[in-house]
Design a protein. Structure first.
Length: 188
């Protein structure tokens, strides 16, 4: 993959984010970050933010936002990159390659479910952490998943999971009911 193709995206980012991406030692992680932000740009433009520019993205603590309105979340695992955007509500997304999870992790993060496999519960909980702007994995065990609802601290969220090709699972979390959803994925 020719990294020169991604230079235009890098040039559109705030300088601190460009530096952060360049400091990533792993070339794949650099590409995942750049492709994820290109997906954000595309998604927000589809929502009608035609004048959206990546320099308008602010990276406040762990929850990025768009200064002119708009919310997004990005996730990647191995060779799959996913993004969720919303015009009017906070959003979170997580994608993982389906794989076995150790009993220790299942116990530590309360990933046991009668109806779901642990990796699905993991993605649901991590998506909730992202929408809640709390990126501490230590908090995973405090998130309660009940069907398509989740509860974390004093807030309730909606969650939805999707099986993707090549044995990936993606979950989204939002603050209100899921009304309209368009899914686009990038594999590289």
């Amino acid at each position: 993959m020719n990294s020169a193709a991604f230079l235009p995206v890098l040039r559109q980012l705030p300088i601190e984010k460009t530096r952060q991406i360049r400091r990533l030692r792993n070339r794949q992680a650099q590409l995942q970050s750049i492709i994820g932000l290109a997906l954000v740009k595309s998604g927000l433009r589809q929502l009608g933010l035609r004048k959206f520019h990546l320099k308008k993205v602010r990276f406040h603590y762990q929850k990025p936002y768009v200064s002119q309105g708009g919310h997004f979340s990005i996730s990647h695992s191995k060779r799959c990159i996913c993004c969720i955007v919303s015009r009017n509500q906070s959003v979170g997304i997580d994608v993982e390659k389906v794989r076995p999870v150790t009993d220790r992790l299942v116990k530590k993060y309360h990933l046991k479910s009668n109806t779901s496999d642990p990796i699905k519960v993991w993605t649901q909980k991590e998506a909730v952490l992202k929408v809640a702007a709390d990126n501490s994995l230590n908090e995973l065990g405090q998130i309660e998943i009940m069907g398509d609802h989740a509860h974390f601290k004093t807030h309730d969220y909606r969650v939805k999971s999707f099986s993707l090709p090549d044995k990936y699972i993606m979950s989204i979390a939002i603050t209100q009911a899921i009304t309209k959803l368009k899914i686009k994925r990038v594999y590289f």
